[in-house]
Design a protein around this ligand. Structure first.
Ligand code: ZN
Length: 377
């Protein structure tokens, strides 16, 4: 048996290179009026790179004190976090017992072993050696792949704190007291976003229409709703953050559509929130991903995840789209400086002919709007 506080010391090498070719995402989410280096080549989800990640035994070094992306993304001033407590790998059995949950049970042997741990709030399925996990049927992404050590499942402490605890142990999602929500239609003006494979119409048009449809539905549910833009204007990412601040928003939701062009196969729905400090992102799209960075929105790590799951689940049901998961990233300029739960939704691929056709259909966009509003009732 392992000693009570057994700690796995890992090789401190941090594998950054493997993250450079991760998949998908709206090609132009962050192409505001600012110039931006071209995105890396699109590729399939790089599971190999993900599973190879290993947490360091202490706070990771700040590899690049000022990422090249900073000015392009209108990032807020970054605070280098104080040394965090050294987190350990923890036995999932022991964690469940300490939190008065039933012992995790093995639910599958192949292709890899997976284990489920449940609470009254739902079920989390963890795959050994994979960062992908499933919460109540929806894909989420861990910081580090769970491991088997001496026949026991071990999970990294930050994943317990930032992924398992908010979902399995957290109370109901609280929305704040003002019931003010800012909806951010992505792009606008000269910043057109991506375009539809069907007829070349721009992403900026579809995001604005989606937001306009969401507004009255949320208002019916008692929300005060503000759109960062109500016409075809180009708003800097930093001004979208300031807008939410000025309106004392309780929640911020940025709406986008995706592209994997020239790939026409990739499809599905993705929802993003900021990566918690100390973890690698699910994807970096070629930007620096310094694990030690702490941004204002990191204060909302737990609520970000729960908000993302709430919206993502509702949108999957309404749209019938494929689940591409809740993803963590550090390069989304509209999220980092937010002092409220904030997420970014990629509502489908305009580069996939079938999905583009759906997105071009007003009835489908109304369904997406209803899903957002229903999720926030
Ligand atoms: Zn976009």
């Amino acid at each position: 048996m392992l000693p009570h506080n057994w700690r796995v010391f890992k090789c401190a090498a941090i594998i950054f290179g493997g993250l450079l070719l991760l998949a998908a995402g709206c090609t132009s989410v962050h192409q505001g009026s600012e110039a931006q280096p071209p995105p890396p080549e699109w590729s399939a989800t790089n599971n190999a790179a993900q599973t190879a990640l290993t947490p360091p035994k202490k706070n990771p070094p700040i590899v690049n004190p000022r990422p090249a992306s900073t000015t392009h993304l209108n990032l807020p001033p970054k605070q280098i976090s104080p040394p965090a407590p050294i987190l350990t790998w923890t036995s999932l059995d022991r964690w469940a017992t300490e939190n008065r949950l039933a012992a995790p049970r093995k639910v599958s042997n192949s292709p890899v072993a997976s284990y489920a741990v449940s609470s009254p709030r739902g079920k989390m399925v963890l795959e050994i050696g994979s960062r992908e996990a499933v919460w109540n049927g929806v894909e989420i992404n861990l910081g580090f792949a769970p491991e088997i050590i001496d026949d026991q499942v071990f999970v990294y402490g930050l994943d317990l704190q930032k992924n398992l605890e908010p979902l399995l142990l957290g109370g109901p999602l609280a929305f704040g007291t003002n019931r003010v929500i800012v909806i951010d239609p992505g792009h606008g003006g000269a910043n057109v976003g991506t375009h539809s494979l069907v007829d070349g119409r721009f992403e900026k048009e579809f995001t604005l229409d989606w937001a306009r449809r969401v507004k009255p539905l949320l208002e019916t549910n008692g929300w005060k709703v503000f759109l960062t833009r109500t016409n075809d204007s180009d708003i800097a990412l930093s001004n979208r953050v300031h807008f939410a601040e000025a309106h004392h928003a309780d929640l911020f939701i940025s709406l986008h559509f995706n592209s994997a062009a020239p790939d026409k196969i990739q499809n599905g729905l993705e929802t993003y929130c900021l990566t918690p400090t100390g973890m690698p992102s699910t994807l970096t799209r070629g930007y620096s991903d310094s694990w030690g960075d702490r941004y204002p929105n990191n204060a909302c790590d737990a609520e970000n995840l729960r908000l993302a799951i709430r919206l993502h689940t509702a949108l999957l049901r309404a749209s019938g789209e494929e689940d591409r998961g809740i993803r963590r990233a550090r390069f989304m300029g509209v999220l980092l400086g937010q002092k409220r739960p904030a997420i970014l939704i990629e509502g489908g691929y305009l580069s996939n002919p079938h999905e583009a056709e759906k997105i071009e259909n007003a009835e489908f966009r109304e369904k997406l709007a209803e899903a957002v509003a229903n999720a926030l009732k």
